[in-house]
Design a protein around this ligand. Structure first.
Ligand SMILES: [Zn+2]
Length: 251
């Protein structure tokens, strides 16, 4: 039996029987995987509490049955334990993890996406929680998974939309539509130039600057309407962490 090694972020962990744990991980080498940690609840030495959500770990494992890997060992690289000390950090971090869980397929490696997740958990751990992080993360995830919204020109007639003429966002077309085309598209919503600019910037900005990012209030509220809805449209389902966030934040 070959033992393999990779780096991982714990997305989910649940009890399985008397002494085992079932974990969902997002890994550097294999993308999303699910595994079983035999005797994890008893074995302090091999696992301690290293399988808590948000933990950045190095695992040793082997291929198991039924698509599940068999976890042999998990060592902490970075626990990101400050996330669990703040309700907003927990909410935002849970959303990052849920996006990884729902938007990626099992064993579809995407090292860039893995690094993005680690970068954002790190920002969330080290800086005050800002809703802007969610918007930047969403744009980057969409981009890395091939769903980057088209923002510069109309997705229908391909005409470049200039400042001040008005633009609409179409979930179905995956980007902006111009004034002329908007009347033919059901369900598109108006989007300001400032919000489009912020969305573009989210894709290009240096991630070292994310901790400092600040949107204008109307950009924040507009992008909060558009991006999570666009993601849920792509997924064809609602996201639990967003629902919890809406309930707690209110409006
Ligand atoms: Zn058009």
């Amino acid at each position: 039996m070959y033992l393999l090694k990779t780096d991982a972020v714990v997305i989910h962990c649940a009890d399985f029987g008397e002494s085992d744990l079932i974990v969902t991980l997002y890994t550097y080498d294999l993308g999303k995987i699910r595994g079983i940690a035999k005797g994890a609840k008893r074995s302090k030495k091999r696992f301690v509490n290293n399988l808590q959500p948000f933990s950045y770990i190095r695992i040793i494992f082997s291929e198991g049955r039924g698509g599940l890997i068999r976890l042999d060992q998990a060592d902490i690289i970075q626990p990101f334990f400050l996330i669990s000390k703040d309700i907003f950090k927990v909410l935002y971090g849970s959303y990052f993890l849920e996006l990884m869980k729902e938007m990626t397929g099992e064993k579809e490696a995407n090292p860039q996406l893995f690094c993005l997740l680690v970068d954002f958990l790190s920002v969330l751990n080290d800086s005050p929680p800002r809703e802007e992080y969610l918007r930047v993360f969403e744009m980057r995830v969409l981009d890395l998974l091939g769903y980057r919204p088209r923002l510069g020109e109309c997705t229908i007639c391909a005409r470049r939309i200039s400042q001040g003429e008005g633009a609409w966002f179409s979930y179905r077309h995956g980007g902006v539509v111009c004034k002329g085309c908007q009347t033919k598209v059901r369900g598109s919503v108006p989007v300001s130039g400032a919000t489009l600019e912020a969305m573009e910037k989210a894709l290009e900005m240096d991630l070292g600057e994310v901790g400092e990012i600040q949107f204008f209030p109307d950009v924040l509220s507009e992008s909060r309407e558009i991006l999570p809805r666009f993601i849920q449209y792509q997924l064809g389902k609602g996201l639990k962490s967003l629902k919890v966030m809406e309930e707690i934040q209110g409006d």
